[in-house]
Design a protein around this ligand. Structure first.
Ligand SMILES: C[S@@+](CC[C@H](N)C(=O)[O-])C[C@H]1O[C@@H](n2cnc3c(N)ncnc32)[C@H](O)[C@@H]1O
Length: 294
């Protein structure tokens, strides 16, 4: 049985260690790391200053995550850390994946090749594996986050997270991101109809993520409302009554009445719905017609 959160999308401000769920379907996460994490867990002082948060070593969290996931555990990491993930995951290890950046930052020092992307450690608890990617290889090509997506010091692009959520999870499943940052995994889950549980330690990031998830929810609500058959909302029902009166008094030109009729606005829709396009259409027409004095 999956852990059932009260809400479809939930973001917790705090360490995941304090309120970890008992069981989730998948873990999709991006723990804080640098290319140096693998070097005996010790960062040179210069690099420590450049990292906006303490890097986490898979030793410290991976067994916990694997113990709580029913299916996939997918973690971004430095290429150099893949060996650690493979060793710690043991039988749960599946494959190394790559996020290949389509326009990576150049190597400013010019004295070595630049980093082409990031590694993805792909794991699954022993048992039958099912994913939605068919025979494709573990390579995802996406540009780094840009514009409004850069709401966190190290954000993942939404397009990449949409691909991963689509590939590794099923609609309705519960996806957990214990290192939620700016909430990108949550955004992808909401857009694709997956349930989401996120934890974020830092107040500032948690606030940003919460606002972002709220915005996505508002967009989803607006789109859902636009798909409702016209007239279900009480305000629309009042407008409809007014249109009926106009029609009854012969005050509406016949072609407009016909259009509204076809869209299901002035006659009950035949199969209980006016369809997406016609509902939007009807709204536009009705907006025009309610300005007519009646
Ligand atoms: C690499 S960032 C994730 C960025 C995210 N993928 C995005 O697109 O915005 C890692 C995040 O994990 C958070 N973090 C670190 N330790 C944590 C913990 N124990 N519990 C919850 N969040 C934690 C950090 O504050 C940081 O924001």
């Amino acid at each position: 049985m999956s852990h059932e959160p009260k809400h479809t999308t939930m973001l917790v401000h705090g360490s995941w260690r304090d309120t970890a769920p008992e069981e989730v379907d998948e873990v999709l996460c991006d723990p804080p790391y640098t290319e140096h994490v693998h070097e005996g867990h010790v960062l040179p002082v210069r690099d420590r200053e450049a990292v906006p948060f303490d890097p986490a070593h898979p030793e410290d969290f991976l067994p916990e995550l694997l113990g709580r996931a029913r299916r996939w555990v997918v973690c971004f990491c430095a290429f150099e850390a893949l060996g650690d993930y493979c060793r710690i995951a043991g039988d749960a290890w599946v494959r190394s994946g790559i996020w290949l950046k389509t326009n990576p930052a150049p190597q400013m020092s010019g004295d070595r090749p630049g980093t082409p992307g990031e590694a993805i450690a792909i794991m699954h608890n022993p048992g039958r594996k099912v994913w939605n990617g068919g025979g494709k290889v573990a390579l995802w090509r996406h540009a780094p986050a840009h514009g409004a997506e850069r709401c966190h010091p190290t954000p993942k692009p939404v397009s990449l997270m949409l691909d991963l959520v689509r590939d590794f999870t099923m609609p309705g499943e519960l996806v957990w991101d214990p290192f939620a940052g700016g909430g990108t995994t949550g955004v992808a889950c909401m857009k694709l109809g997956r349930r989401f549980l996120g934890h974020e330690l830092e107040h500032e990031h948690a606030e940003v993520a919460a606002r972002r998830l709220d915005r996505v929810q508002r967009t989803i609500d607006r789109e859902a409302a636009a798909q409702q058959p016209f007239g279900e909302h009480p305000e629309e029902a009042a407008v409809l009554a007014r249109l009926h009166r106009l029609l009854g008094r012969g005050l509406m030109p016949r072609d407009v009445a016909r259009t509204l009729n076809r869209a299901g606005a002035v006659a009950p829709p035949r199969h209980g719905t006016t369809g997406r396009r016609s509902a939007r259409w009807t709204r536009a027409l009705v907006l025009k017609w309610t300005r007519v004095p009646g």
